[in-house]
Design a protein around this ligand. Structure first.
Ligand SMILES: Nc1ncnc2c1ncn2[C@@H]1O[C@H](COP(=O)(O)OP(=O)(O)OP(=O)(O)O)[C@@H](O)[C@H]1O
Length: 225
């Protein structure tokens, strides 16, 4: 369960380009199923995801992840919570094109948390699971869109996260790949992981595999269903 209580996020608070991205938002995201945050560009979806994913702290208000208040944690603890708890899938997947498939999957674990050979075995198990075992040494730049998508999912799972955060994961994908990605995310939710997707892609937001939708507008929650 993720709870946000009266959360604000203000960028550049003392400058003329001050932006109030979240304006006192409260929200509860249950641990089960697939939740979608939707809303127009600039409504605050990415800001909200970065608070939930412990990549940033709110200006005011509280963020609780699995009952633990993360909004006040010092940076080094925040990094630890982030690594232990979350897997991230970004728009266009943020894969490093010049690195190999295996190196990309291992990236979230750097700096090395454990022995390299144990990590590599973990990466190879995931590559096997996603049908990429024979491509482990290929550079990502040489893969098809669908293969890159599977590398991105494998990378998000390398630390066995309880919560998957996906920011516009279907942007730049055709409808077949979008459907495959959503099905894969649903599968992760069925395994007991929390899946949170931010999107303004209507097809993704209204896909039948989505369990609940939160609508943002101008930094506020306008609807939850
Ligand atoms: N690092 C930043 N510095 C200054 N302003 C920012 C920063 N990040 C976001 N903003 C501003 O905060 C507001 C909310 O942005 P955010 O990215 O959270 O919205 P979004 O709903 O995810 O938009 P999109 O769908 O276009 O990604 C916007 O006005 C944006 O310009």
């Amino acid at each position: 369960m993720i709870q946000l209580e009266n959360v604000t996020k203000i960028y550049n608070p003392r400058r003329p380009d001050r932006v109030e991205a979240l304006r006192g938002l409260s929200l509860r995201i249950p641990a089960e199923g697939v939740s979608v945050l939707r809303g127009p560009s600039g409504s605050g979806k990415s800001s909200l995801l970065s608070l939930i994913g412990c990549m940033a702290r709110p200006t005011s208000g509280r963020v609780l992840v699995e009952g633990r208040e993360v909004s006040r944690l010092p940076e080094r603890f925040l990094t630890e919570v982030r690594r232990e708890t979350f897997g991230f899938i970004f728009q266009q997947f943020n894969l490093v094109r010049a690195l190999s498939v295996r190196e990309n999957v291992l990236l979230p674990l750097y700096p090395l948390a454990e022995g390299f050979s144990a990590m590599r075995r973990r990466a190879d198990r995931l590559l096997e699971q996603f049908g990429l075992a024979d491509k482990a040494r290929r550079r990502v730049a040489t893969l098809s869109g669908g293969e890159q998508q599977r590398v991105a999912i494998a990378r998000a799972l390398i630390n066995n996260p309880r919560i998957i955060i996906a920011d516009e994961p279907t942007a730049h994908l055709d409808s077949r790949l979008s459907g495959e990605l959503l099905t894969a995310l649903q599968q992760l939710a069925a395994e007991g992981r929390t899946v949170i997707i931010a999107t303004h892609d209507r097809l993704a937001a209204e896909h039948p595999m989505v369990d609940r939708r939160f609508e943002l507008r101008d930094g506020l929650l306008v609807e939850a269903a």
